[in-house]
Design a protein around this ligand. Structure first.
Ligand code: F6P
Length: 342
C-alpha cells in the first residue's frame, strides 16, 4: 500500500479541487492513502496536513479554490526547509508527492526531484504561461470570466459614449487578454509581448470614432508595457519567488488616452474575480484527467515528470522542460487579433 502526499501552491485557480478529487479516487482503486498538505510548501515544511478520502473530497468538483489551501511559500528560500520536507516525507511514510502548481511551485518541485524527493507535477495557472503543456486548467474559466466582463463593459461604454479600459491578469504573458479580447470583441488588445505607444493605441480609437462609433473597449494585460515607460507595479515588495506585484497599467493608460483623445475614459481592474468561483466544464475535465494521470505516474514510478495536455492526449513530460522559460503569445496570434482593432 502506497501513501501519497498532495499540495497546491501559488495563486489558486478554478480546477484545483477536481484534480484533488481525481487523485483520491484513482489512488483508492489501488487501495492507496492520500494526505493533503495545508497551504502549499508551507504545509509540508511544517508537517501540517489533512487526510484526503472519499468523504472529504466529495462535492468539491464544482467548487473554486482549493480545499487544502495554498501559499506562495518558496522551500528554497530558507535554509533547512528542504531537510524539513524530507523529514515530513519520512515521518508520514510517503512514497510520492504530487505538487499542483504553476511556474514557481513546479520550479521548486523540479529542484526537489533533483534533490532526491519523488515528486510529480500537475500544471495549473490561469495565466496559461507554462511550457510543455498546451493548456493549464484554470485558464479556460478565467478566460470566460474576462470575456463576460468585456461583454458587460460594452453596454455601459455605449450608453455613456466612453472608452473603457479593462485590466486583465496574466503576469508576463498575454493569453487571457488576447483570447478574451478576441472573444469579447475588444477594439484594441494590449499584451506584454507587444509594447505600444499611447499614440498608436489612440490611433485605433480615433479611427473608430471617426467612423461614427461613440465608444471603445480596450483590453490591457497587467504586464503590458507602454512604450517609453516602465512596467506598472503596485509598488509592494517582491513575493517569495522574487516577482513584482503587477497592477495599475489600466488606470495609467486611461489617463493618457483621455488626455490624448479628449474622450472620457474609465478603467476597470478585473483582478482576483478571474480566479474565483466555479470551474468551467473544460477545466473540470482537464483537472480530472491530470489527477488520474498523476497517480498513474506514481504507479509507474515516473518521478520528475509533469502531466501535460498535448493535443487531445494527456501525456507526461520532464518537469525541467516545463519550467525556466515562459510560454508567451506567438506573433501570429497577435497579428490575428490586430485584424479587429479599431
Ligand atoms: O499567476 C496567477 C496570477 O493571478 C497572476 O495573473 C497575477 O499577476 C498574480 O497571480 C496575482 O497574485 P496574488 O494573488 O498573489 O495577488
Amino acid at each position: 500500500m502506497k501513501r501519497i502526499g498532495v499540495l497546491t501552491g501559488g495563486g489558486d485557480c478554478p480546477g484545483l479541487n477536481p484534480v484533488i478529487r481525481a487523485i483520491v479516487r484513482t489512488a483508492r482503486m489501488e487501495n492507496w492513502a492520500v494526505i493533503g498538505f495545508r497551504r502549499g510548501w508551507r504545509g509540508i515544511i511544517q508537517n501540517e496536513f489533512v487526510e484526503l478520502d472519499l468523504n472529504s473530497t466529495s462535492g468539491i468538483l464544482q467548487r473554486g479554490g482549493t480545499i487544502i489551501g495554498t501559499s506562495r511559500t518558496n522551500p528554497y528560500k530558507k535554509d533547512g526547509d528542504v531537510a524539513k520536507i524530507r523529514r515530513t516525507m519520512k515521518l508520514n511514510k510517503l512514497d510520492a508527492l504530487i505538487a499542483i502548481g504553476g511556474e514557481d511551485t513546479l520550479g521548486a518541485a523540479n529542484k526537489l526531484y533533483k534533490d532526491g524527493i519523488p515528486v510529480i507535477g500537475v500544471p495549473k495557472t490561469i495565466d496559461n504561461d507554462l511550457n510543455a503543456t498546451d493548456y493549464t486548467f484554470g485558464y479556460d474559466t478565467a478566460l470566460n470570466i474576462a470575456m463576460e466582463c468585456i461583454d458587460r463593459l460594452h453596454t455601459t461604454a455605449d450608453s455613456h459614449d466612453r472608452i473603457m479600459v479593462v485590466e486583465i491578469m496574466g503576469r508576463h504573458a498575454g493569453w487571457i487578454t488576447l483570447e478574451a479580447g478576441i472573444a469579447g470583441g475588444a477594439d484594441v488588445v494590449l499584451i506584454p509581448e507587444v509594447p505600444m505607444t499611447v499614440k498608436d493605441i489612440c490611433g485605433y480609437i480615433e479611427e473608430r470614432h471617426a467612423r461614427g462609433k461613440n465608444f471603445s473597449v480596450i483590453a490591457v494585460a497587467e504586464g503590458f508595457i507602454i512604450k517609453g515607460e516602465k512596467i506598472v507595479t503596485t509598488g509592494k515588495t517582491l513575493d517569495a519567488f522574487g516577482h513584482v506585484h503587477l497592477g495599475g497599467v489600466g488606470e495609467r493608460l486611461a489617463k493618457l488616452i483621455e488626455k490624448e483623445t479628449g474622450f472620457e475614459t474609465r478603467a476597470t481592474v478585473l483582478g482576483h474575480i478571474q480566479r474565483g468561483g466555479s470551474p468551467t466544464a473544460f477545466d473540470r475535465v482537464l483537472g480530472t484527467r491530470f489527477g488520474v494521470k498523476a497517480v498513474q505516474l506514481v504507479k509507474d514510478g515516473k518521478f520528475g515528470q509533469m502531466v501535460s495536455l498535448c493535443g487531445r492526449d494527456i501525456v507526461s513530460v520532464a518537469l525541467s522542460s516545463a519550467v525556466g522559460k515562459l510560454k508567451t503569445v506567438p506573433a501570429d496570434m497577435y497579428e490575428l487579433a490586430k485584424v479587429f482593432f479599431g
